[in-house]
Design a protein around this ligand. Sequence first.
Ligand code: ATP
Ligand code: MG
Length: 743
Amino acid sequence: MTHPCGQPPHPPRATWQHGGVTAATHSSLFPQVPESADAVLEGLDPEQRQVATALHGPVCVLAGAGTGKTRAITHRIAYGVRAGILQPASVLAVTFTNRAAGEMRGRLRQLGAAGVQARTFHSAALRQLQYFWPKAVGGELPRLLERKIQLVAEAAARCRIRLDRNELRDVTGEIEWAKVTQTVPADYPAAVAKSLRDAPRDPAEISQVYGMYEQLKRDRSVIDFEDVLLLTVGILQDRHDIAEHVRRQYQHFVVDEYQDVSPLQQRLLDLWLGDRENLCVVGDASQTIYSFTGATPDHLLNFRTRHPGATVVKLVRDYRSTPQVVHLANGLLGQARGRAAEHRLELISQRDPGPEPAHVEYADEPAEAEGTARRIRELIAAGVPAGEIAVLYRINAQSEVYEQALADAGVPYQLRGAERFFERQEVREAGIALRGAARAGGNDALLDDVEDLPAQVRAVLSTKGWTTEPPAGSGAVRDRWESLAALVRLAEDFVRARPQATLADLVAELDERAAAQHAPTVQGVTLASLHSAKGLEWDAVFLVGLTEGMMPITYAKTDEQVEEERRLLYVGVTRARLHLSLSWALSRAPGGRASRRPTRFLNGIRPGSAAAGPRAAGGGGGVERGAGRRKRRGPVLCRVCGKSLTDAGEMKLMRCEDCPSDMDEALYERLREWRSVQAKELGQPAYCVFTDKTLMAIAEAVPGDETELAGISGVGGRKLDRFGADVLAICAGEEPDEGDEDD
Ligand code: ATP
Ligand code: MG
């Protein structure tokens, strides 16, 4: 029943529904294409197969992170096409980003099912709009506004409302939100109150600007990004002939990341479907992270109510992450509350055990960045490709210190979804202002009587929007403030390191940093915000800056907003295949007051923390067990000089690096030899067995029994079970039992 090319022949058509991919050449380009439709199913587990073979009627896949949702729907399409059940051109797969769409097309080609449309809602709608506009409205589709901000500025001016540049960006954001939630200008004030958003200006004013903006667009005959969806919806609603045309073309719909679908996207999907039900949606309510843009998991969770005959499949096997990572992820969700949390799915890892997730506390932010860069170098030295490592943070302004630390460590990196710090407009403007002030020397009126360098920097940057207190709310004003605040901190740190430094020295330093970070990079470590990491995966993931205020972010005030932050952290954790590190810094700058606290979301999960809620059962992790045995109160003190320790490595050693060691050198050597044998057997880098610091601590403490061994930092519950007997034997001067095949 399968056509030799994997699909039945159809005449070439140069129309809106084709992406220009030809199916006929796949077998020569991709020699490893599965031989048959059935062979496509071979890479799937029974539940995934159920998804792939349920080709008719509504299908809803509710499944956690890494369970193969994206894989299942890709194979589903490929199976249907290869089995001759689905016509490639009749399938529309909708993904969250253009990049995800591109990846899906690539995977489909590899499975012998090219020619299927995989697009975002936006790009699919734009294509339809371009094609049908002449018929529906006449003439060419109006020009698409590249940047709506200028028109918003003009609209504000016409309404005699003065907005500065940042307010302008935030008001623009509000207009976008109103449009995807299908809120007309007159309804905006009520809608904003209902949604508990922090409006950047008086909602009545925003409503006025929004109305004028719409008017100006009509006058100039231009459309914006959101109009693409709104107009497509409008045409499909009003013109039954056109709706029929589209429905004849597309018979099958597949939607990935369905938990984050906006009301407007859902409306479009309903119109595409008409009264048919050939719709397959996949999603994970626990990964809803775009509620702030109007998205809601309700469509996913109510799917069966809307489609009573739906096949609902749950996937629970996590193929992405180790039991250790999965255990932590389950623990996080175990404490979640709210509607999405009621539908949480406990993940079960299918992978071999890996290293315990690291919980690392640093004294200050630069130490956190340096420590992270150091660990990344170790991973790369141990064979993990740089492209398989990611550092994920809450807001883009956090990237600078990591860009710098990685540049210092000679590690290539790439930023996802954000401009590099020194390329951001506000940072460039701040640089120009600082350079101007430095050039003016003492002749700048602004800096009269201001001697101290950080104070000078604050004075200059206050002309660019810096204030002592952060602005209320999120959005562009906040982002800009964060960038400027990062520059102020940089100046404070700089003068601490070089007390005699002048403004000119600081400007030179900024130039040097900018030059280092502008160096072209190839494949490197990914620096990305948690939001932009959605759907992706890496071997090693570093979640950094996990302090209260950043995670959850200060402006998350309502319970729902805090829950969305928790889900965001869950998304971050579940990006890791093997290595996961969670870190935070107790103070911002070196020598600063240790006033910060690690995120509440890690309570009960982080070693030494009290549980905050019910613990998840199952999983393979020894995190909590290890944490329980190592429970500590108060600071860790150096056992030689008594100073309190903040460096993670020193905490592991339980003494300052410089304090004299009473280590048994010969024992240390024997432990290292044993470790390299273990590492080889496990196929993992040596430090995954025990780090040097832990081995040193063992060789210093020479534990005589399990309890003493368990008291050493770095010896978690799993390691104790796995290696405890060997280590104690070596400490007792015996040979470890060679024939012991544990685990
Ligand atoms: P997310 O919720 O993060 O989007 P997902 O459910 O879409 O995750 P995928 O990205 O499809 O998960 O799969 C996660 C990883 O597991 C991928 O590397 C995928 O290739 C692998 N995987 C999924 N299913 C299987 C399977 N049956 N056998 C082997 N590997 C699998
Ligand atoms: Mg996915």
